[in-house]
Design a protein around this ligand. Structure first.
Ligand SMILES: [Zn+2]
Length: 362
């Protein structure tokens, strides 16, 4: 479930329960600017208003939230009536919070908020589902995408607090919910509500006798070494198992998904697995043939310019494109795009020689 019926989203956004979606969006935009972490706002507050907005601006979610809030809906039973859609796959990639990672700002761009929402404060947890998968975006240079790259990245994930003690909740006996009688105009109904003692975890998590929130999890910095395969394409995903949020209690850890952004280059471009390089060539080299140095992600390369190369010709260098053995069926090629330097100014001597050449043509 991606909302918490105990929270007053309307109050968070400062709107009335009868506010239109437009009014809700407007109120959110105003608050988002005010509380944006990039402008010194609090991350918690920002996440809270984000959460409120994501629920209230979505007709379906808003309806569910309103129902739960009014308590007219029975049972926080395992998944009954909840929309888990947004938790699967990459559905949650839109409009997450941008969190500045400080010194790693260059490396990690937008942090998508998908995995954090549920920990804001008392969302009914699932005691058996694994920890949330996390999604991060990482930017690499064109050159890094060409070769195998190893990088260290740091990010925040929910981790088990060291020395956490777990005890079965004495109020609900691990059910996470308790039964209450509710009076309605149709009579008395038995409804199940989240256990107020353990907040639905079914267990009490403590450290040194003090209770811990969030099922004994805490947001902590994680640093991992990642290997990015040679030839990786822009927008590719890499999955790192068990590097997402820890699960609560015995539940397994979620996974980390890295979305790779390959930054454009002013030297190179890519087409499928072929590498295109721009090179400046003198008139002499194209007329007489010659050798020039061209850049290559593996280091400078010397290539032959065949005699009589024409403007716009591409010189192919086989097997010097993207890909590495075992990962691709075949390695791409390199194409050198020639830009011929036509002399703009000639000395008297040069002009004389050109004229002699011209007379030979006639
Ligand atoms: Zn309980």
């Amino acid at each position: 479930m991606d909302f918490d019926p105990k929270k007053d989203y309307y109050a968070l956004l400062g709107v009335s329960e009868t506010a239109s979606i437009d009014e809700i969006k407007k109120a959110f935009r105003k608050l988002a600017v005010k509380h944006h972490p990039d402008r010194g706002g609090s991350k918690e507050k920002f996440q809270e208003i984000n959460e409120a907005h994501s629920v209230l601006s979505d007709e379906k979610k808003k309806q569910q939230y309103d129902m739960f809030r009014k308590g007219g809906f029975g049972g926080f039973g395992d998944g009954a009536g909840f929309d888990f859609g947004n938790f699967g796959g990459f559905g949650g990639f839109s409009g997450g919070a941008t969190i500045d990672m400080g010194d790693l700002g260059d490396l990690i761009g937008n942090i998508f908020n998908g995995g954090f929402g549920g920990f804001g404060g008392g969302t009914v947890p699932s005691r058996t589902a694994k920890g949330e998968d996390l999604k991060r975006v990482i930017e690499i240079s064109f050159e890094e995408a060409f070769l195998w790259t190893e990088k260290k990245i740091s990010y925040e994930r929910m981790q088990k607090v060291d020395g956490v003690k777990e005890e079965t909740c004495k109020e609900c006996w691990w059910k996470g919910k308790i039964t209450q009688a509710a009076q309605t105009m149709f009579g008395t109904f038995q409804t199940q509500v989240v256990c107020p003692t353990c907040h639905g975890y079914g267990k009490i998590f403590t450290k040194n006798g003090k209770p811990l929130a969030n099922g004994g999890l805490e947001e902590q910095k994680e640093t991992i070494s990642i290997k990015i395969p040679a030839g990786i394409k822009d927008d590719a995903f890499i999955k790192y198992p068990e590097k997402g949020n820890d699960g609560i209690g015995e539940a397994p850890t979620g996974d980390l998904y890295l979305k790779i952004r390959v930054l454009p280059s002013n030297k190179y471009r890519r087409k499928d697995n072929d590498l295109y390089v721009k090179a400046e060539i003198s008139l002499f080299d194209v007329v007489l043939g010659g050798e020039i140095d061209v850049p290559h992600p593996e280091g400078k390369m010397t290539i032959k310019i065949p005699k009589g190369t024409q403007i716009g010709d591409k010189i192919k260098v086989g097997g010097k494109g993207f890909g590495s053995k075992g990962l691709f069926q075949s390695k791409g090629d390199m194409y050198v795009e020639t830009h011929i330097n036509i002399p703009k100014k000639l000395s008297k001597e040069e002009e004389k020689l050109w004229k002699e050449l011209q007379s030979l043509e006639k």
